[in-house]
Design a protein around this ligand. Structure first.
Ligand code: BJW
Length: 254
């Protein structure tokens, strides 16, 4: 217990200390993963109920898998598109969108392809692994919005040239878009606070981003329902659901 000016002063909670860090930051970089969308009803990849518990990543999320069986891969993405089209952004997405307005110095880098940050109102969002509502025409090498839901014919074809199309997402073994990656690296390099929410921190190069902030002398705040590979490096680790923890921190920001 701290005593100050003869009055009893309450020790700051970790939520309050994290809020102070956020308030004093010049630039905040947020990295989000599947866990932030879990409360909206979007399945994560790893852990209980995760997609990779039910399906094999090698058969669905690699360029080799698509080459071997484009129909199977498109059916997997059609299932996820139908699911994502029915869910709403949750409180965690909404608090981050509010912070963009109230703090003004915050940008999100997401590994998610569901577009829920944008639907919650966030404008500064970098999508590292693509977007499920876009496709690439493999004949014309053209990215376009592809919102057909549900997909009528498998595999879907380009409406302009009839060529085979693929989801505009990044699969294992594929390089991330270099411009997008550069933007993400610059953001985490220049940030004095990195907030990492709902990611297992095992997929690279995304997992490297908060480590850059840390190496440059910045601080990291991690929010997850369980410890991850990042936890030993984090200045603050908040164990709990993204919406609960962000709400608690938010209470000290207003
Ligand atoms: C909650 C919660 C709640 C639950 N609240 N929390 C260096 C070292 C080792 C390996 C590599 C390396 N560099 C590259 C690699 C290989 C590979 C990789 O990282 N493999 C690892 C698995 C070992 N990386 C790649 O292949 C990448 N490409 C690459 O590096 O290319 C190099 C290259 C250069 C030049 C030429 C060619 C190549 C590409 C990675 C692409 C990942 N793709 C996917 C699919 C995207 C499309 C789709 O969605 O279908 O991205 S896989 C999947 O994993 C998806 C995710 O974005 C990504 C990360 O998953 P995420 O978000 O962390 O989810 P989960 O499920 O793992 O975790 C959820 C977390 O939430 C858990 O911790 C829960 O506890 C928590 N949670 N509810 C808060 N309510």
């Amino acid at each position: 217990m701290l005593l100050f000016s003869g009055k009893r002063r309450k020790r700051m909670s970790d939520f309050e200390r994290a809020a102070e860090l956020i308030k004093s930051a010049k630039k905040i970089a947020v990295l989000t993963g599947a866990g932030i969308s879990a409360e909206s009803g979007v399945p994560t990849f790893r852990g209980r109920g995760g997609l990779w518990q039910k399906y094999r990543a090698e058969e669905l999320a690699t360029p080799e898998a698509f080459q071997k069986d484009p129909v199977l891969v498109w059916k997997f993405y059609d299932y996820r598109r139908r699911l994502i089209s029915k869910v709403e952004p949750n409180k965690a997405h909404r608090i981050l969108a509010e912070w963009e307005n109230s703090l003004g110095n915050i940008e999100i880098v997401t590994q998610n392809i569901d577009g829920l940050h944008q639907r919650a109102g966030s404008k500064k969002v970098v999508e590292l692994h693509g977007n499920i509502w876009q496709a690439i025409c493999l004949k014309e090498n053209r990215v376009f919005k592809f919102k057909e839901n549900p997909i009528k014919e498998f595999p879907p074809k380009c409406s302009e040239c009839g060529g085979l199309i693929r989801p505009d997402v990044v699969w294992f073994g594929e390089a991330l878009d270099p411009l997008i990656l550069e933007k993400a690296f610059n953001l985490f390099e220049s940030a004095d606070v990195a907030i990492v929410i709902g990611t297992s921190s095992i997929v690279y190069p995304a997992a490297y981003l908060p480590q850059i902030t840390k190496k440059n002398g910045g601080s990291t705040i991690e929010i997850n329902i369980e410890e991850t590979a990042l936890t030993p490096l984090a200045d603050f680790f908040f164990k709990g659901k993204a919406s609960d923890i962000l709400s608690q921190i938010n209470n000290y920001l207003s």
